[in-house]
Design a protein around this ligand. Structure first.
Ligand code: CP3
Length: 399
């Protein structure tokens, strides 16, 4: 949320032609989500140079991601745009397939903005999927409303050789560019626009298994019987995904989250062979072209891997709820950003539990290089009022 406190801000609003009443002078009132449009107007005007010479800052989450001292902890939620929102379910009736919703820029923009408008979250993530770039690499996919991603499995050398390196992401994914550009315009400085990609191991689980899996036995068999075939696929994915992440940054993404959601299913030995090197290739590709863009890494069930996650060279490690912020800081042992890590199930609890658990994380993080989030994606049946309560609790907390 955006705090409008000072008389200087009030005069600035007047100078911009905005009504004086919108300044809430001296009241210290917070702008609630329903005022999101006002915040857009303020920030869109303010991001240009101001008649009063006021220096408008970058959005809160971006500053926190860089490790700057911030006035309050920013918050957003993984999978925040989607099924848990009534507004989204209404749009599903009109646009029944996930591919339509994520590939028509106007629809993807509207969905990406829904959680920002409803809750005033500080991050606005592109509505898309980790599988979205696959057609650019020569791999088709479908997403079934009930059972999730579906692909023709790639398991032989001939099948894997059909994968290509995408030479121009703006031709194969023009809707991603349009959506990110539009999001930047719409949120101005009042939220940070996040892009995201899936990392090679997690993408490979979908390519080899042909869809969602619980034990990952096909890809694990490939690791043991034909590791060079798998590493050829992982290398192709790493090169494509590094380029695709850079394309998102050039289209407007201010922070990139990289998801290796299923790498937590690997033993440390296999993680070091089949996940880490390819995570690092993606991080290096982004850092080479865009060294100042903060990168967040996320892995589910990653309590055992937090040191490895930090070693990739990212700026922020997004924790699940199997470790505390204190433990992660102690184990990593150096200054790195942390994101997370409320168990998404807490959002089904009563308000006093949501408040207590959220504040306990905020106290531990001490407002130092921390972005509040859940430990994994928000569940589809989460009650919306609880989500709003969670976001408001973070914004109201004083360090
Ligand atoms: O959840 C994670 O671990 C994040 C990484 C991830 C995403 N997609 C990012 C995402 C993973 C592992 C996927 C694969 C995928 N794609 C699944 C999971 C299935 C499994 O194997 O368990 C599903 C169901 C899809 C299809 C999909 N993607 C749907 C139906 C939606 C709509 C939103 C929802 O969940 O209701 C998405 C959107 C999506 N996938 C986003 C992201 C970052 C959207 C942006 C956001 O709000 O975060």
């Amino acid at each position: 949320m955006f705090l409008l406190r000072s008389a200087a801000v009030a005069s600035f609003l007047l100078a911009c032609g905005l009504p004086y009443s919108s300044a809430f002078v001296g009241s210290g009132l917070t702008v609630t989500p329903k005022d999101a449009r006002l915040r857009t107007a303020v920030s869109a005007t303010a991001s240009r140079s101001t008649p009063l010479g006021l220096k408008m800052e970058d959005p809160l989450l971006l500053r926190a991601a860089r490790g700057e001292k911030v006035e309050m902890t920013p918050v957003w939620m993984m999978r925040q745009a989607g099924r848990h929102m009534q507004e989204y379910r209404e749009l599903v009736k009109k646009y029944p397939t996930f591919r339509e919703r994520s590939e028509i820029p106007e629809v993807a923009t509207e969905i990406s903005l829904q959680p920002w408008e409803a809750y005033g979250v500080d991050g606005c993530i592109l509505f898309s999927d980790i599988l979205t770039p696959l057609p650019g690499m020569g791999v088709e996919f479908d997403i079934k409303e009930t059972s999730g991603p579906k692909l023709k499995p790639l398991r032989t050398k001939e099948q894997i050789d059909t994968m290509k390196i995408c030479s121009d992401w703006s031709t194969s994914m023009p809707f991603v560019k349009q959506t990110l550009g539009e999001l930047r315009k719409r949120v101005g400085n009042s939220a940070t626009v996040l892009g995201f990609v899936g990392l090679p191991f997690t993408l490979a689980t979908y390519l080899v298994e042909g869809g969602t899996s619980s034990e990952y036995l096909e890809i694990k068999k490939m690791m043991y019987y034909n590791p060079s075939l798998l590493t050829a696929m992982l290398e192709n994915l790493a090169e494509n995904i590094g380029n695709y992440a850079n394309f998102q940054i050039e289209a407007g993404a201010q922070v990139i989250q990289i998801f290796d959601s299923w790498a937590g299913s690997l033993s440390p030995e296999d993680y070091d062979l089949f996940a880490f090197p390819y995570q690092k290739m993606v991080v290096n590709a982004i850092k080479k072209k865009h060294p100042d863009v903060p990168i967040i890494i996320y892995i589910a069930k990653s309590g055992a891997h937090v040191e490895r996650m930090a070693d990739t060279g990212v700026d922020i490690v997004s924790l699940d709820w199997t470790v505390t912020i204190d433990e992660a800081r102690r184990r990593i042992g150096r200054d790195i950003g942390l994101q997370g890590n409320l168990d998404p199930a807490i959002l089904y609890g009563p308000e006093h539990i949501i408040k207590e658990r959220t504040e306990s994380i905020l106290k531990m993080a001490k407002g130092r290089h921390h972005i509040m989030n859940l430990g994994h994606g928000i569940e589809a049946t989460t009650p919306q009022p609880n989500v709003k309560f969670f976001v408001d609790t973070v914004h109201a907390f004083k360090h």
